[in-house]
Design a protein around this ligand. Structure first.
Ligand SMILES: [Zn+2]
Length: 341
């Protein structure tokens, strides 16, 4: 049984997923706040379909302060000639539209992080309803899923394609292949410390070939990251047979896989203050080596507190605002992949 039949939703669309050609419209989530008794929250969606081929769902704006993916998707919506593809694209440039419009990681409506709400709830808050719609209506139509993230306002990451590590060996192999096909400078296996509530984890459980990205961040748009993102999406669509194979760019990545080694990937702040990083992105670092210091500039009697890397690898990400509180993520280390291929 289709999960949507078990979990009926009041959401509806202004487009027909089964029609050929290009349609641009909205997923409408009925919403009844103080100023709009019978209104709806609109989630933009486009469908481009032609001939025979897989259905690929491309999502951006999962977090509302990550911009390269959403820009690349809106360009695809405007520029793609339906006659140039084989299959169907379901394009979602701002899946958490309230967060995207607010330029915020989480939804200003219900305070929820979309990427921690799967499988969602069709009778829950707006963010939970969007996740339930993706889970129950969109994933059953899909063969493959791309979830385009960047580091957001609080992290600056090296541009990378992300492997979702499925427990199914066949799907894991396909996920690695598609992430490598994206051909970002790095390919990193990230399991979000095993959290099952992410969009990519949910897509894998639904059997979709899944990949993601982390494109720089810092709450801004990096021209070089945007170029990597545009090129990577085209590469993946060529890899999946939606675009002609000759549109795939000559590979630049060395094919090596990295991973975030669980919680040890993260350097967490231990004090309230200002984080001074000791190193730049991409530097090789060692477990136990000093990563930086936290200065309490409003109490000069306190000595700075040193924080240390907890894994060998390369410096993959740094916190963007200098201001930190205990528990904030100051730095992220990526290590060579040690899991199964
Ligand atoms: Zn994100």
């Amino acid at each position: 049984m289709n999960p949507a039949e078990k979990r009926p939703s009041t959401a509806f669309t202004t487009i027909d997923y089964d029609r050929k050609g290009k349609q641009v419209g909205f997923i409408m989530i009925p919403h009844s706040p103080n100023d709009d008794a019978w209104g709806a929250t609109r989630i933009p969606v486009a469908v481009v379909a032609n001939g025979k081929g897989p259905t690929v769902i491309i999502e951006g704006g999962n977090h509302g302060d990550e911009y390269e993916g959403p820009i690349a998707i809106t360009e695809l919506i405007r520029d793609l000639d339906p006659g140039s593809i084989q299959g169907r694209l379901i394009l979602l440039p701002s899946i958490n539209a309230p967060a995207a419009m607010g330029g915020q990681r989480v939804s200003p409506i219900d305070g929820l992080n979309f990427n921690r709400t799967f499988p969602g709830d069709p009778h829950g808050s707006i963010t939970q309803q969007i996740a339930a719609y993706v889970m129950d209506v969109l994933f059953p139509m899909g063969d493959a899923f791309l979830d385009l993230h960047s580091g957001g306002s609080s992290l600056d990451l090296l541009p990378s394609a992300i492997v979702e590590p499925s427990t199914d060996p066949e799907l894991r192999r396909k996920n690695i292949e598609v992430a490598k096909a994206f051909d970002a400078p790095l390919t990193v296996v990230i399991d979000n410390m095993g959290d099952p509530r992410t969009a990519t984890a949910a897509a894998c459980r639904s059997g979709l070939v899944t990949t993601g990205t982390e494109m720089a961040g810092g709450g801004t748009v990096r021209p070089e990251a945007l170029a990597i993102c545009r090129r990577g999406v085209t590469n993946v669509l060529a890899h999946l047979g939606v675009l002609p194979a000759e549109q795939k760019s000559p590979p630049r990545n060395d094919g090596k896989l990295l991973e975030l080694p669980g919680a040890d990937a993260h350097v967490f702040a231990t004090a309230d203050g200002i984080f001074e990083p000791f190193h730049a992105h991409g530097r090789e670092v060692k477990k136990g080596e000093a990563a930086g210091r936290i200065h309490c500039t409003w109490d000069p009697t306190k000595a700075p507190e040193t924080v240390h890397y907890r894994a060998d690898g390369i410096l993959y990400g740094l916190r963007q605002p200098g201001r930190v509180r205990p528990g904030n993520c100051c730095a992220v280390v990526a290590a060579p992949y040690s899991g199964q291929l």
